[in-house]
Design a protein around this ligand. Structure first.
Ligand SMILES: Cc1ncc(COP(=O)(O)O)c(C=O)c1O
Length: 420
């Protein structure tokens, strides 16, 4: 799915290829042919650059590392696309959970109308890679972000961002005028999360009118990201979603009454993807569905299974090596704080093990007497509890079918603020 050029371009831009093991990109000592069991990391990196994955299996990979189960991933992309199509709602998937061109391409191939971004850097990166229709879901504040949002709007007129504050409107208006730009703006309305979004109804419509009246702006509609997306049980989530979007629906109705066009009602997530078309949204910003994380495992789907949300399959794991065992009921691993080990993580095939962390580079798995436990040298795969956090800590995905590695996808724009 990723071409050699994509990988090298994205990898080089982020320093990906040399990131874990020094100067692997500059020396060329690798021999052609399948990787042997004792394949060294230099050869592995050379093989990845050449996109020659023959003979590479999970046991050769450096740990901790991220693994995508390709079949589960395709199932998830397809599930979202077919459900959204049936429900007549657009999908503008959130990239913050994957930061990957290959994933975004799969989403676009499946019908996504654009991408949702949580930082201006994400929008710039995907724009540079040729993607269109990016929506930045935070308002640009400060000289740096404002000018970047204006510059991107000029470079790509399909780019849009939100605003929830009259002061920010003034700043954006001034900057857009100074740069002779016309920017596309949605009003962000509060929907149950105390972090962004102005009061729906009249205040939101007043701002919408100001945007619509500006010759430097085009009013696109409303965004409302609901706080209900992880609510347990399908029916409770449906009710909570409907209620949390009340302000957004009121804003839409008042705006239409005032003669404003409302092209977009954006929001939604993995947990409400088959509900959001009923609560007033025209498009979905869902992100996690592509890989899934354990925060979604027990929310309960339409099928009523509270043990596992079955709509989407867990497609991302962290592969880790058990590397020290001296204490009862505890084994150490290389999946520690820097690898984003979290208490909510779940060990694949051994879900009774408790995941803790024993330091920056030390993970700790514990168990109760009588439970089956891993041995030193074993490699386990762990489902992360927060995709956003895990993705941000790694430079690449190893893409697997069974034990075979069939591709490697770089992760862009991580960690440092300017590029994140
Ligand atoms: C503004 C916004 N939109 C969309 C999403 C995507 O939600 P999910 O990853 O749960 O599908 C998030 C996730 O936190 C978000 O913050």
């Amino acid at each position: 799915m990723t071409t050699r050029r994509d990988f090298i371009t994205a990898g080089a831009a982020m320093g990906v290829l040399a990131a874990t093991h020094g100067s692997a990109t500059t020396t060329s000592t690798a021999k052609a042919g399948p990787c042997l069991a004792d394949c060294d990391i230099m050869e592995l990196n050379q093989r990845i650059i050449r996109r020659d994955f023959r003979g590479i299996t999970k046991d050769m990979l450096p740990t901790p590392c991220l693994i995508i189960d390709l079949d589960a991933f395709h199932h998830n992309i397809n599930q979202m696309a077919t459900t959204a199509k049936a429900n007549k709602i657009n999908v503008r998937p959130h990239v913050k959970v994957h930061k990957s061109l290959a994933v975004a391409k799969a989403q676009r191939d499946a019908g996504a109308i654009g991408l949702t971004c949580s930082t201006i850097a994400e929008a710039e990166l995907f724009s540079d890679a040729g993607f269109k229709g990016m929506m930045f879901t935070k308002q640009p504040v400060g000289r740096n972000n404002t000018q970047r949002a204006i510059a991107l709007s000029k470079k790509d007129p399909t780019f849009m961002f939100v605003c929830d504050d009259n002061q920010v409107f003034d700043w954006v208006e001034e900057a857009a005028a100074a740069h002779h730009a016309r920017v596309r703006v949605l009003v962000s309305v509060y929907a149950g999360l105390a972090r962004q979004g102005m009061q729906g109804g009249q205040p939101a419509v007043e701002l919408a009118k100001r945007i619509d009246g500006s010759k430097h702006m085009k009013f696109e509609g409303f965004m409302a990201y609901s706080g209900a997306v992880h609510t347990k049980t399908f029916e409770a989530r449906r009710k909570a979603s409907y209620e949390s979007l009340a302000g957004a629906r009121e804003s839409r109705d008042l705006a239409l009454k005032a003669g404003l066009p409302v092209n977009i009602m954006s929001g939604g997530a993995t947990g409400t993807y088959n509900i959001d078309h009923e609560v007033g949204l025209t498009e979905l910003q869902a992100g996690t569905y592509c890989f899934m994380d354990t925060a979604y495992f027990t929310i309960g789907g339409r099928d009523g299974d509270m043990e596992r949300y079955n709509d989407f399959k867990p497609a991302l794991t962290v592969l880790t090596t058990m590397d020290s065992q001296y204490h009862p009921n505890l084994i150490s691993s290389d999946y520690g704080a820097k690898a984003m080990a979290g208490r909510g993580d779940i060990v694949r095939d051994m879900p009774w093990l408790k995941v803790g962390n024993g330091g920056a580079e030390y993970g700790a798995l514990t168990w109760k007497d009588g439970e089956k436990f891993p041995k030193i040298g074993d490699r386990l795969e762990i489902y992360p509890s927060s995709l956003d956090m895990s993705t941000n800590a790694y430079d690449r995905y190893y893409v697997a079918q069974g034990d075979k590695i069939v591709d490697v996808w770089p992760i862009m724009g991580r960690s440092g603020a300017a590029q994140r």
